[in-house]
Design a protein around this ligand. Structure first.
Ligand code: HEM
Length: 229
């Protein structure tokens, strides 16, 4: 009976690390985003550089929302530890876009409706819900450090960008010498997220939402760049 006595509780299995929970929970959404027809066509080399440019423009709106909040959240106990200058992508996106669209790339540039909705959600989390912001931070930056590298390789080959040069700088993290080690550290931060279990579940849900928001952008891009049969 010792095991059920209040003074010696039954030893429970160690909890699954939160980084594993969030990765596993979003696996299905990841596969969906990865297999969207726009992404498949882009990575299959079936689309022109204009499609790549449009996609890069959408990313710029999303990263402006993510990184526009960096300063305000830097000292936040939940989101602050994730904000690292070596991750920042807005300047790289701007260099890529100047390469792709010339110096006037920003003139008249509007987000797709799905992109505007995505950026608005990121901005709302940044403003009102730091743990939700972490879900968006994770979904973008850990993805960029992983599958993003596949996209870079394809883009270099398909559209002739210099290796790690203008056009694909978004995918190049100059100040992260060892991405695998960086990702390990990032997962350690996720595991230590200072929120309770209910809030962690909400973060997982927000991560799934972040994937859905990405898929919606791919859908709208796919409508703009259908493969003419
Ligand atoms: C064609 C597009 C994509 C490819 C080829 C791709 C590929 C990959 C690969 C190979 C990994 C590494 C898995 C691992 O380390 O075990 C990864 C991880 C990840 N990807 Fe993607 N991905 C794509 C699209 C996306 C999109 C659209 C998002 C969301 C915006 C995303 C978010 C993530 C995240 C958050 C991780 C880290 C998972 C973790 O280790 O916790 N990926 N991706």
């Amino acid at each position: 009976m010792a095991a059920s006595s209040p003074t010696s509780p039954t030893p429970s299995a160690p909890a699954t690390p939160f980084s594993t929970v969030i990765r596993t929970a979003s696996h299905e959404q990841h596969t969906e985003a990865e297999n969207s027809s726009f992404m498949s066509d882009l990575l299959g080399g079936r689309l022109g550089v204009t499609a790549y440019r449009r996609y890069t423009e959408q990313l710029w709106f999303v990263y402006r929302a993510l990184e526009g909040a960096s300063e305000a959240l830097a000292d936040n106990p939940v989101a602050g530890p994730f904000i690292r200058p070596e991750l920042a992508r807005t300047a790289e996106l701007e260099r890529d876009l100047a390469h792709l669209g010339g110096s006037a790339w920003r003139d008249g540039l509007e987000p797709l409706p799905a992109t505007a909705a995505y950026a608005d959600r990121v901005a709302a989390c940044a403003r009102d819900w730091p743990a939700g912001y972490v879900a968006h931070h994770y979904t973008r930056y850990l993805g960029d450090l992983s599958g993003g590298q596949i996209i870079r390789g394809t883009a270099e080959k398909a559209w002739g960008f210099a290796r790690k040069g203008d056009g694909v700088r978004f995918y190049v993290f100059e100040d992260i010498a060892n991405p695998a080690a960086f990702k390990r550290e990032y997962r350690t931060l996720l595991d230590a997220l200072p929120v309770d279990d209910l809030e962690k579940q909400r973060v997982v849900d927000e991560c799934k939402r972040a994937f859905r928001l990405n898929s919606a952008v791919f859908r709208e891009l796919g409508e703009q760049f259908p493969l003419s049969a």
